[in-house]
Design a binder for this molecule. Structure first.
Ligand code: UD1
Ligand code: CA
Length: 458
């Protein structure tokens, strides 16, 4: 049975990135480059996916998990040598093997499928995926003869002046007849400018064996972009971002300024949601329908239900229920669960707290380690005092209570439903149903005292 296999090359250090992070682990729109490549490969029905790892092998394996098999390239002796490391796993198989680099994150599954199709129609031993680059510097060049037939690939560093002027580049993606690939790799050497075993040399070797070498030129150079440094990383991010934003807009989401809207690749958004400029939506966030996400908001790994308004606020690992709203300038820290129709106003911080339906937390308030019921009114400047310097404690507040402005609720506390906390109280004891708690000094007025004071308002 012929098999379909893919080898992803991801062993290089990525010296040109000047980074502590291995190249293929740099992120674009929330996902590592190698994960982007793998995600597209996974859509194309492979029997085997093998990733060649070397530098940062453990980190790369952890990033990818059991989605691929791994082989280790101990020394980075070149792309040809890297592919050789997969010989034990794949060498004996009949079928076709695609090779992709872990640093070309913009390829789509559709392009891979077209390449396979072209390769099968041409009955070739190898089909190179090529494209015309506006600036081919740094890429391997496709050298064709007078008849337009591919002769070889020449690397930038080995290219003469005429070859350097060629604008058709090797995208680093190829489909090979599997057995021809491995037998040709045994014939490569490292006699070149970089002293490496080039995968690209296999082309000339296959030609010399009179095998068919085909090239499939794709239209969109952007999709083939290889990321070798931070400048290319930012370009690739921009292209990916545009793709993501256009996909959402086509699905019925409005963006006021998509050039300044940053949405990670796995984010889901419902129709008729409006997103203003400067918004970042990260990680595994889901946003419902008919929401309004105001300018400069940042939302990460959260669930925002339908009809929610977020105004210039930050939301992390939290949930906002239907019809709720927050902001401007508030912050939901991890594990906050905001119920239906809850109002969180400005300058509020909520952490690890559940807030029940219809409750209002209007202004300048900290709610941490607490469970609040329904229809509570939390006044201005309330502090849930959850920390004694050593431990965190929890507060429960029942339904329909009123927490007066500038109260401190010193945890642990049970505030029963239908109770009332007078403004300015520091509450340290539980409050029973229907009680009013007041915990502050009584006011004394001293008649005529103003005149004794030396008060001047100059
Ligand atoms: C490579 C191609 C070049 C092509 C370009 C497309 C070769 C010799 N050159 O050049 O023709 O235009 O990609 O982007 O193949 N790697 C290993 N082990 C190694 C060396 C590299 O796993 O020993 C991996 C790297 O991690 C990377 C990929 O192979 O993911 C490509 O290597 P890189 O050094 O980036 O090659 P380029 O110079 O970009
Ligand atoms: Ca590269």
């Amino acid at each position: 049975m012929p098999t379909r296999n893919t080898i992803i090359l991801a062993a290089g250090k990525g010296t040109r990135m000047k980074s502590k992070v291995y190249k293929v682990l740099h992120r674009i729109c929330g996902k590592t480059m190698v994960d982007h490549v793998l995600t597209q490969v996974e859509k194309t029905n492979m029997d085997n996916i093998v990733t060649v790892v070397g530098y940062g092998a453990e980190a790369v394996e952890e990033n990818i998990g059991d989605r691929a098999k791994f082989v280790v390239q101990k020394e980075q002796l070149g792309t040809g040598h890297a592919v050789m490391q997969a010989e034990d796993l794949l060498g004996n198989l009949d079928g076709t093997t695609m090779i992709v680099s872990g640093d070309t994150p913009l390829f789509t599954a559709e392009t891979f499928e077209k390449l396979f199709e072209y390769h099968e129609n041409e009955k070739a031993a190898v089909t190179i995926l090529t494209s015309k680059a506006p600036d081919p510097t740094g890429y391997g060049r496709i050298v064709r003869n007078d008849l337009g037939i591919v002769e070889k690939i020449v690397e930038q560093k080995d290219a003469n002046e005429i070859e350097q002027a060629i604008d058709e580049i090797n995208t680093g993606v190829y489909v090979f007849d599997n057995k021809s690939l491995f037998s040709a790799l045994h014939k490569t050497n490292n006699d070149n400018a970089q002293g490496e075993y080039y995968l690209t040399d296999v082309i000339e070797i296959l030609k010399s064996e009179d095998k068919i070498v085909a090239a499939y030129e794709m239209d969109d150079f952007d999709e083939s972009m290889g990321v070798n440094d931070r400048v290319a990383l930012s370009k690739a991010t921009k292209i990916m971002q545009k793709r993501i934003n256009e996909m959402h807009m086509r699905n019925g989401i409005s963006m006021v300024n998509p050039e300044d809207t940053y949405i990670d690749v796995d984010v889901k958004i419902g129709s008729d949601t409006i997103i203003e400029a400067g918004v970042s939506i990260k990680g595994k966030t889901t946003i419902g329908e008919d929401c309004f996400i105001g300018s400069n908001s940042e939302i990460r790994d959260s669930v925002i239900k339908n009809n929610v308004t977020v105004t210039s606020s930050m939301i992390e690992e939290s949930e906002m229920g239907d019809g709720s709203n927050i902001g401007p300038d508030s912050h939901l820290r991890p594990q906050s669960k905001i119920g239906k129709n809850v109002h969180i106003g400005n300058f509020c911080e909520v952490k690890k707290a559940e807030i029940g339906e219809g409750t209002k937390v209007g202004h300048l308030t900290y709610v941490g380690d607490a469970t609040l019921g329904k229809n509570i009114n939390v006044g201005c400047g309330v502090v849930f005092v959850n920390y004694d310097g050593a431990n965190k404690f929890h507060t429960n507040v029942g339904d329909d209570t009123f927490i007066g402005s500038n109260s401190n609720l010193v945890a642990p506390l049970e505030i029963a439903d239908h109770s009332f906390i007078a403004a300015g109280s520091t509450i340290t004891k539980d409050v029973e149903q229907f009680d009013m708690a007041i915990a502050r000094e009584r006011q004394t007025n001293k008649p005529g005292y103003f005149k004794k004071l030396n008060y001047k308002n100059n």
